[in-house]
Design a protein around this ligand. Sequence first.
Ligand SMILES: NC(=O)c1ccc[n+]([C@@H]2O[C@H](COP(=O)([O-])OP(=O)(O)OC[C@H]3O[C@@H](n4cnc5c(N)ncnc54)[C@H](OP(=O)(O)O)[C@@H]3O)[C@@H](O)[C@H]2O)c1
Length: 257
Amino acid sequence: MPRPVALVTGPTSGIGAGYARRYARDGYDLVLVARDVDRLMSLASELEGQAGEVEILPADLADAAGREKVCDRLARGVRVLVNNAGFGTSGDFWATDPALLQSQLDVNVTAVMHLTRAALPAMLDAGAGTVVNIASVAGLVPGRGSTYSASKAWVISFSEGLSVGLQGTGVGVHAVCPGYVHTEFHSRAGIDMAKSPSFMWLEVDDVVSQSLADIARGKVISIPGLQYKAIIAAERLIPRTLMRAVTKRIGGGRGRT
Ligand SMILES: NC(=O)c1ccc[n+]([C@@H]2O[C@H](COP(=O)([O-])OP(=O)(O)OC[C@H]3O[C@@H](n4cnc5c(N)ncnc54)[C@H](OP(=O)(O)O)[C@@H]3O)[C@@H](O)[C@H]2O)c1
């Protein structure tokens, strides 16, 4: 029996590394996609003991040629696609380099669309497949910045819509919406998190295990962590104007795009 293949974007750090390690433990072959070749090779050598084959596929997902390379690999068939690569930026929208904003849209949105489009035909032919799209609670609550939140709202809406169209095919599309997770995300973005309360922080392994348990149960939108489930449940009960005021009080609604 050939082993199933999981392709994970952004496994050189944080949440993506967590999914790669988990799928390796679960007996998958892996395809690892990111820009940092040294970190890709180091993860591959760590996982080769546990997983069968580990293929590294260096690619910049902000770049059309990089996305194309990954789409070509997906078209040959994988069982699982984890669209995890993504980033935030600090500073106000109106003062941020438009090229940086565009590359954020390209990684957080365009890559998710193109990679999912490339993966689905082979999954549908096989009658089995899972697409895991890493969104964020920022995509569910208003007032947490602009382009980053909007990109994650796109991922949630896209995943939800697609999941309806795919019902009965054996292929599932899911959006995972973590809150704050201990990774390199905030330091890479230059966002100061010193004042954020400790109870708001999640660990990578908990995000991975809770989201995959939700996905196994068929949940389309997974919100890891009881504190975030409570926040989102409350958010649905109060008017968006009030929620914007709350998030402005907590986060200022500024300092990140
Ligand atoms: N940490 C949080 O609090 C949090 C909360 C909610 C959602 N998320 C989402 O979770 C996902 C993973 O983030 P993380 O927290 O694990 O952050 P992270 O530790 O900074 O990891 C980001 C990963 O994305 C890859 N990546 C970034 N830009 C890329 C590009 N242009 N091409 C290819 N790969 C690229 C990076 O690899 P290279 O640098 O090697 O290319 C890295 O492996 C993101 O989509 C993020 O929006 C994070």
